[in-house]
Design a protein around this ligand. Structure first.
Ligand SMILES: Nc1ncnc2c1ncn2[C@@H]1O[C@H](COP(=O)(O)OP(=O)(O)OP(=O)(O)O)[C@@H](O)[C@H]1O
Ligand SMILES: [Mg+2]
Length: 317
């Protein structure tokens, strides 16, 4: 994160077009806003548009504006977002979703730094810095014929790739604490942090929804938490499911449950150097239950060895 933030500061000092790439929820929009806030354009507007949410016609009129009467419902002249962002930054989110016809018009606007409102003949100059973002792989999109290569080069003067959260483990705990501090402040009983088990789980989970998912996991945990520390049981089910091992493959070696349990308890006792208190804790059972199981198992093992010893004799008789 530190290196990404340093890059953001350097990018903010320039005025080139930026393409921010990365999976959903990594913080692309946040980076775009940080570029704006640290740039000379900070006192001018930051205008964001989700290019994936609009049809081609709507997107054109949204970005470039329209003249009165240019289509049904256009009851007055309206400037577009390029004009609204003059002096500032226009953030073109989900740029990979822009329909092909609009890609040509966008390329022209970026190259000539001027826009033409729908239904007008004249071009208006626009001084805006463009920051675009996508979670698609635009080179794949170009190869598939869905994205124009010339527009890609025009946008990717500087590329800022924000890595997925699973590739920056060092950010997980500081971000979790940041979200916790933001949320826990509003509570009657303050939450000061996470138990070790909860932290282990946060670090082991692979965060397919990235920072957005971490943020909502912390929010979930804050709601569930009953005392001053968030435990793993307060975290959402998807995370806790990580603790469940995949079911072992059983083909024909089906053994009685008691026998499997006995062997497993023996294995755990060996792993913890015979420390029964620790073994009970790891097995998540009470110490009395562990003693009872050991006693029963010893008795069972004793009976079994008797049976084995008796077998040959039985055969002889
Ligand atoms: N470094 C960070 N510090 C604090 N909050 C962050 C950070 N990165 C992301 N977030 C938060 O995570 C959420 C998702 O971030 P953002 O909307 O910027 O992601 P995105 O990459 O634009 O996602 P999408 O591709 O789905 O639009 C936001 O609530 C944002 O505030
Ligand atoms: Mg976004």
């Amino acid at each position: 994160m530190q290196s990404t933030l340093e890059i953001v500061s350097r990018i903010a000092k320039g005025d080139s077009t930026v393409l921010i790439t990365g999976e959903s929820g990594v913080g692309k929009e946040l980076m775009a806003r940080a570029i704006h806030d640290q740039s000379v354009r900070a006192t001018r507007p930051f205008v964001a548009v989700n290019c994936g949410a609009l049809t081609e016609t709507l997107l054109e009129s949204e970005l470039f504006g329209h003249a009165k009467g240019s289509f049904t419902g256009a009851d007055k002249d309206r400037p577009g977002l390029f004009e609204a962002a003059i002096g500032g930054i226009l953030f073109l989110d989900e740029i990979g979703e822009v329909p092909p016809g609009m890609q040509v018009k966008l390329l022209r606007a970026l190259q000539e730094r001027e826009v033409r409102r729908v239904g007008e003949n004249r071009f208006r100059p626009t001084d805006v810095r463009i920051v675009a973002a996508t979670n698609r792989n635009l080179t794949d999109e170009i190869a598939a014929g869905r994205f124009r290569q010339d527009l890609y080069y025009r946008l990717r003067v500087i590329e800022l790739h924000v890595p997925p959260l699973r590739e920056r483990h060092e950010d997980i705990l500081p971000l979790a604490m940041l979200f916790l501090n933001k949320l826990a402040g509003n509570r009657e009983c303050p939450i000061t942090g996470f138990t070790q088990d909860a932290l282990d789980l946060l670090l082991r989970y692979n965060w397919p929804g990235n920072v957005r998912e971490l943020q909502s996991a912390v929010e979930h945990a804050v709601t569930m938490c009953r005392d001053g520390l968030i435990d793993y049981s307060d975290l959402p089910g998807e995370l806790r499911a990580m603790l469940l091992k995949p079911a072992p493959v059983v083909v024909d070696d089906i053994r009685p449950l008691e026998e499997v349990e006995r062997d497993y308890i023996q294995g755990v006792l060996l792993a913890v150097g015979g420390n029964k208190v620790l073994a009970a804790k790891k097995l998540n059972i009470g110490i009395a239950t562990l003693y009872r199981k050991i006693r029963r198992n010893n008795h069972h093992a004793f009976c079994q060895s008797e049976v084995k010893c008796l077998e040959p004799a039985n055969k002889i008789s």
